[in-house]
Write a protein that binds this ligand. Structure first.
Ligand code: FAD
Length: 485
């Protein structure tokens, strides 16, 4: 008698475990989860599981282990590296955490809250704000990114300079491991030396070591004062000197220090009908500075920043500067910054790289790498903008005029990226500053990563996921999938 395929038994067991709300094989329901939001990656899946509790996640993972079914965890599907998209084999199940969206506890006095993995970042911001608190991490995808996805990618954003990445916000986590066991590390302990820090191992593991089901997060007092400035100056090396000066002078109020070359400002002004350059003259480089404080009012903080920038001008650290007079002007400055990617996209195809090098080397890296790329690939234009204070810039290479979108990226664009990553590696940097490796950079990490670090990561992966079922092919090349019991 022919045996029933293991995947059919799995499908019927998963359906009875999770019920109609928690498991589907319906194509229409699956489609949005089979492609990443930028449409760069698409795949197929056996079905989508949407458990409602940690216990259900655990049961489902046990079932997957029993039938050797690969699992692709998915939160808001806003990731940049194709990490939440299944491959084209159709053998995996998507494990959506979106139904687990409860804020389990909220302790305003302690400045802590335990969120389930599916809580949307913007919801957490709103809940915190209603209690006079804030969660000090934000990013453009906040309306869809989930806590589980943010923890799993160790997301960054625009406040890392002062508050750190997601790692710094997580006080504890709960995670379902590959055999279905539940790691309960939610308690926030300031001191805990009972061996390895498993929480930190799981943060940033992109769903390859476990399924994050909840996180205990730190909250800070909300902002009462804000000062935003737009500065013009002649060189990126000068921007680093200004960063150090402002950092020393404004103490721990400095929250953002974004560098923007004139090319980017011009493309935004051309692209956005409402956009105006903040300074009357144009400068080779611009800096957007944001200072915030939980004490005092905006007028005092703005005066303080104004004095600091006046002194910087006296010392010839900058050419011109303007402080936003009110909230709407602050927002207008940030709109210029946040519109760069869209404005550059309107110019034609480009290869985009999320890279970091040590902060102290970044200006020299930019000055060396851009001409090297433009010489090697005639007609291209290199631009770098973003978080100078974090040693992390968006390094975009625009295609020569007339290049055909889709074709250029697939051909010359790939060589451009390989060269950018070679340069970053030679400068001691990282080919992924904040977006993760996903499926996008697996080959490049394998090519350029430190062999000792890669070997350690493979050993950890093998120890925690011996069957190779958790998000296979992401972060590391896939391990052969082995049979369960
Ligand atoms: P998904 O995209 O669903 O998944 C991302 C990865 O995490 C995948 O590998 C997935 O398998 C894994 N995963 C998801 N949930 C879990 C879980 N519960 N357990 C285990 N693994 C899981 N990112 C930045 O770092 N900085 C930025 O400034 C930034 N800006 C952005 C701006 C825009 C407009 C957009 C759309 C995105 C931006 N991002 C940025 C990327 C994205 O928002 C983050 O990577 C975010 O952390 C992804 O969260 P998500 O819930 O959408 O995860």
């Amino acid at each position: 008698m022919p045996s029933i395929p293991s995947s059919s038994v799995f499908l019927s067991d998963a359906a009875s475990l999770l019920g109609p709300k928690g498991f589907t094989t319906d194509n229409d329901a699956l489609i949005p989860s089979l492609t990443d939001w930028r449409g760069r990656y698409s795949g197929l899946a056996l079905g989508m599981a949407s458990p409602a509790s940690t216990e259900q996640v655990s049961q489902l993972v046990k079932l997957c282990a029993k039938h050797s079914i690969p699992i692709v965890p998915q939160g808001g599907n806003s990731g940049m590296a194709g990490g939440a998209t299944p491959d084209k084999s159709g053998k995996a199940v998507i494990l959506s955490l979106r139904r687990m969206d409860a804020i389990r506890t909220f302790d305003a006095d302690a400045g802590q809250c335990v969120c389930e993995a599916g809580v949307i970042l913007q919801t957490l911001h709103e809940v915190a704000e209603a209690s006079g608190l804030r969660f000090p991490l934000t990013l453009g995808g906040k309306g869809s990114a989930t806590i589980g996805g943010l923890v799993s990618t160790n997301a960054g954003g625009t406040q890392v300079l002062r508050h750190g990445t997601m790692r710094a916000q997580v006080l504890g986590i709960e995670c379902v491991l590959a055999d279905g066991s539940i790691f309960n590390g939610l308690t926030a302990l300031k001191k805990d030396n009972r061996g390895f820090d498993l929480k930190q191992l799981l943060i940033g593991s992109e769903g390859t070591l476990g399924i994050i089901t909840a996180a205990n997060l730190r909250l800070l007092p909300s902002v009462s004062a804000r000062a935003t400035a737009w500065v013009g100056l002649p060189s990126i090396v000068g921007a680093r000197t200004l960063l150090r000066f402002v950092d020393r002078s404004m103490g721990d109020t400095l929250e953002g220090f974004e560098v923007i070359p004139d090319h980017c400002l011009s493309s935004v002004v051309d692209h956005l009908p409402s956009a105006r350059a903040p300074l009357s003259d144009r400068h080779a480089w611009n800096v957007l500075i944001e200072c915030v404080s939980g004490d005092g009012d905006s007028a005092s903080l703005q005066d303080r920043l104004q004095n600091v920038l006046a002194k910087a001008m006296e010392d010839q650290l900058l050419s011109d500067a303007v402080i936003a007079a009110n909230e709407s002007q602050s927002e207008a400055f940030w709109t210029l910054r946040d519109s760069i990617s869209a404005a550059e996209r309107a110019l034609g195809p480009a290869m985009q790289h999320d890279i970091s090098v040590p902060v102290e080397k970044m200006p020299e890296f930019i000055e060396a790498a851009i001409p090297q790329i433009e010489r090697t690939f005639p007609g291209t234009r290199g631009i770098a903008f973003g978080h100078l204070g974090d040693g992390n810039v968006h390094f975009h290479v625009l295609a020569p005029t007339g290049s055909v979108a889709g074709e250029w990226e697939e051909n010359e664009g790939k060589n451009v990226s390989a060269r950018v990553y070679d340069l970053v590696t030679a400068w001691g940097g990282s080919i992924s500053a904040e977006h993760g490796i996903g499926q996008m950079k697996v080959d490049e990490l394998d090519r350029l990563g430190d062999p000792v670090a890669l070997s350690l990561m493979r050993s950890v992966k093998h120890a925690l996921d011996p069957q190779g079922l958790l998000n296979p092919g992401k972060l590391l090349p896939p391990l052969p999938i082995t049979k369960g019991d």
